[in-house]
Design a protein around this ligand. Sequence first.
Ligand SMILES: C[S@@+](CC[C@H](N)C(=O)[O-])C[C@H]1O[C@@H](n2cnc3c(N)ncnc32)[C@H](O)[C@@H]1O
Length: 209
Amino acid sequence: MRQHVNPLSSNFNEIEKVPPLIEMFGEPKFNLHLDIGCASGEFLFDLALVNTSWNYLGIEIREKLVNTAKLKVREQEIKNLYFVFGNANNILNDIDSQFIIKNVKSISFNFPDPWFKKRHYKRRVIQPEFINILSGSLQKGSLIFIKTDVKDLFDYMDCTIKSNFNFKTIDKKDFNFAGSFNPNKVKTNREKHVIINQLKIFEKIYTKI
Ligand SMILES: C[S@@+](CC[C@H](N)C(=O)[O-])C[C@H]1O[C@@H](n2cnc3c(N)ncnc32)[C@H](O)[C@@H]1O
């Protein structure tokens, strides 16, 4: 399967309409977590099946992975998990999807595609304009989690988020994981691979102030 998709391709200009919370989830008032670049969604399945009083939403640009994940949700009749196909930047920039940003308690960017060449930085999912959109609509106290094994990408994401003065870093030592979207510190597929290969993980948590 092709691993890297160019998110700036015109194929992704047309976006999937995100249904209202009541159509996505059995209990639309539960806390909502958004995972951007969720791949096949295994991380979210692990979370949703255990933390049944949270809702989980995954956005992924590889359509086949989303279709398979959607089918699995239907087959297993999971009511607190939903997947949307497309470029997360286009989807969340759309006026009709703003309600997602307004309702999420937390967002994770787990091991985003690094796009190593400088001329490809524009393809990275975290962009200043995107962080401005998040900062404009996220509720105070909402959280952003970033995680990667690529130091250069980490510095880039950290610098982009910190340049927006509406976000403050939270020290991981002081963070109450038990009350978060991931109380059992479930690992993503990429994270498991990185751990097996003894690579370093760079991560940070930010809160909207
Ligand atoms: C390296 S994988 C990491 C997958 C997973 N988060 C993990 O930690 O195992 C990055 C994922 O982000 C997806 N992706 C990249 N850019 C995206 C975008 N703009 N919108 C949505 N998904 C994106 C890729 O297709 C890929 O599945």
